[in-house]
Structures are given as C-alpha cells and as structure tokens.
Design a protein around this ligand. Sequence first.
Ligand SMILES: [Zn+2]
Length: 472
Amino acid sequence: MQRRYRLDWALLPAGWARDVTVAVSASGTIDAVTVATAADRPAGDAQRVAGYVVPGMPNAHSHAFQRALAGRAEARAAARDSFWTWRHAMYAIANRVEAADLRAIATLLFVEMLEAGYTSVAEFHYLHRARDGEWDLAPDGTPATWEAIRAAARDTGIGLTLLPTLYQTADFGGVPLRADQHRFQATTAQFLDAVERRSAADRAAGAAGAAAVVRTGAAFHSLRAVSVDTMREATAHLRAHDPTLPIHVHVAEQRREVRACERATGARPIEWLLRAGVVDDRWCLVHCTHATRAELAAVAATGASVCVSISTEANLGDGFFDAVAFRRARGDLAIGSDSQSTVDPAEELRWLEYQQRLRRRRRNVFATPDEPHVGTALWRSAAIAGARALGQAVGEIAVGRRADWLALDPAHPALAGAAPEAALDHLVFAGARAAIREVCVAGRRVLADHRHPLRAAAEAGYRAVVQRLDAR
Ligand SMILES: [Zn+2]
C-alpha cells in the first residue's frame, strides 16, 4: 500500500522546499514528490514529518567487527606504532569473534549509525570462516558470519549492501596467508558461488515485492590479497551474473603498500589496478590516500567512486587524501566509517573540509558556485556518491529513490536560529547531531525521539560480547 508523508521542509535536488508531499510505494520507493504552493496545502491524510528533512547518508565503507576495537588501541604498544601494529590488535579481535558475537556487535554499530544519520551501509566483509577454520554455513547456505551482518541490518532497519570480500594472499607475489589471516580465506570458486547465490536470492526477494533495502555486492580486499589475474577472472563472472553489481577494493592506503607494489609490478597500486582493465563505474576504490593527481584523474575518468574515511585514516596515521584534486577531476567522493573509531557522517565531512582549511589556510573550501553552504554541498555530494558506491537508489529525496531521510528538529538548541539552508552547516560543523529527531529507511520510521528502540538491548548485547572476547 502506498503511504504519503507531508514534510515541513525538505532538501530536494532543486534545493529547499516547504510543505512537500511524498508518496512512497509498499517497497519503500518514492513514487511522487509534490511541492505545495501557499494556496494549495496538501491533503490531510498524509503523515506529517516535522522539521528539516534531508537525505539519509550512505556509509560506503564499514568493517563491523572492528567496532569491538574502537577506543581499545589508543595506548602505545611499540616504539613506533603504525597501521601495521594496529592491524596486529585488529587481527586478535578478528580471531576471537564468533558469528553470534558479530551479530551483537553489528546490531549496536548499526543503531549508532542510524542515530548519527547513516541510513545504509556497505559492509566490506572478509571474516568468512568459523574460528576453527571451516566454512560455517547458515541454513540458507551462506557463511554464518554473512548471515550475522544481514540479521543485524534486518533487526535495526538500516539499508545494507553486503560486500563479501575475496582475500587470498598475504602480500604481492602470492605470499601465502598467515595463520592469523586464515578466517579470511576462500577459493575463487567458493567465493563466486556464494556471492552469486546470495545476490540471486536478494533479487528474487525484491522481485517478490520485499522492501529493497538489502543487496549483495562483492569486494577484493586489496592488490596485496588478490592478484589482478584473479580480479579479472572474478569480475568477468560477477559481471555476467549482474552487470550492476557493486565491486569495492582497498587501494593505496599505506606507503608500504605503494612501495611493495612498485617492487613487485613496477607500477604504483592505482596504476596497476587501472591497467588490469576491470574498473568501471560500478566500482568503488577505498582510500586512494597515496595517489598522484594523474592517478586521481584516471580514477575519475573510469566513473568509479572513491570512498574516504578521514576518521580512520587519521586514527591510523595513513596520510592526506587530495580531495580538492579529485573534485577538480569531477570524481565522486563517498564517505565511510571504516574501522569505527568514531561513527558519524558529520565528523567525516567536517574533517574532509578541515584538512583543506588547515593545508590551504582558507575557509569554506568545498562550497560551490551553486551551493555556498559548505555543510549542504558536502552532505549532498557524499550522499549521491555513496548511493552509487552501494548500488542502491538512495541519496536524494526524489522520484525513483528509496525513502531514506533524517528529520532535524529546528527547536533543538543546536539548531537555534538556523534557517533550513543552514541546517546542514550546523550538523556538520556545530554538533547538531543531537537534533536528529527521526530517521526513516524505505519509508519506515526506524528511529523516533532521537533514540533507536533497540539501543538499550543492543548496548547490553555488546557489553556481554566484549566481556566474552576479553575472556577468550
Ligand atoms: Zn577498510
């Protein structure tokens, strides 16, 4: 059955509009958007959404299990801590988590995402095997850890693109996986079979009219973990199965990775990946921290998006992403929470802008000729790029898109005196996250009065998991 909503104020593709009526189909897609004139108030049968309504933000890069490490790797463990010493701590968690633990961790994480304004998430998932090393299959035939993520998304109501991730070698040149990487291992045939079965099941559910909030894509962990020959072979299979399937890969996050790639191949990682001829506009390249301007322009020319997670890249000491050069090349830039050291789209966007202010000693770097409000410019472009990265029709309040949005409360002190045009400036730069009063995914209100209904239960479940992990 179609539902109708009347939004007091909404950020539409053409800008802010007042008294907007939105019709949403049973599957959660927006069928019609009507802006009322003063003389033409919408009919009274629509459900009112008070406040300033903006598109929900897709989170284009997440590793859910790493939430259990957030805040727990901030004490110096080596004379010179780095990404690589952090990875040691991360693997220690990865090797203690069972599927049931993962479900509890992801449930709290997805509650936190929804409360912060992420309405969908791409889960880059390489924790496939059980702790004893077996493919541990859920009743539907997919690995139990995949099902754990899917269950957490269903329970919390967040949109999900599950990206099962191929991870086969420890470094360039086919170096075998280490013992602490064994849970990540899959043969190419095992991986493709499971991805294609899972993806076909999602599509069948969508065709049967289920709300289209969950889909399956695929990822290659990195050039260290998958050879380009395997990427070519697997991409050809996946494209034959579904030409629209989103495919993600980590690339050029660390200088050590750049040097290792140059030693092994004679090319830099982004060069080497693009040379493989597999990247198209359904790909998302995660990080691209150590990229030349020519590489960023070449990525933009493929139509692929890039996802950055400034909070994680800063936390891990990765380096600066040249967002200005990528924008200049007309690249699509999405954001993600990655290692979950913090989970907040406003923080990602604030630091995207702040990095450039610090570097250039200027303000309002990412304003555009059409959009002087930096918060709005950043939010809109990241939402649209994130939608492409997830392969989901979200990111805008428009016909054909899914009804994913946030309503900000203008009566909240954090938005005092803010016109709708400035609401996202307050959210991104002035801590107005507390003003997110309700969140809607596929036309269903998943959060009202600032708090997800599962928060208390999710916190209790998470606390119990952390105690279990510490005891293991
Ligand atoms: Zn990552």
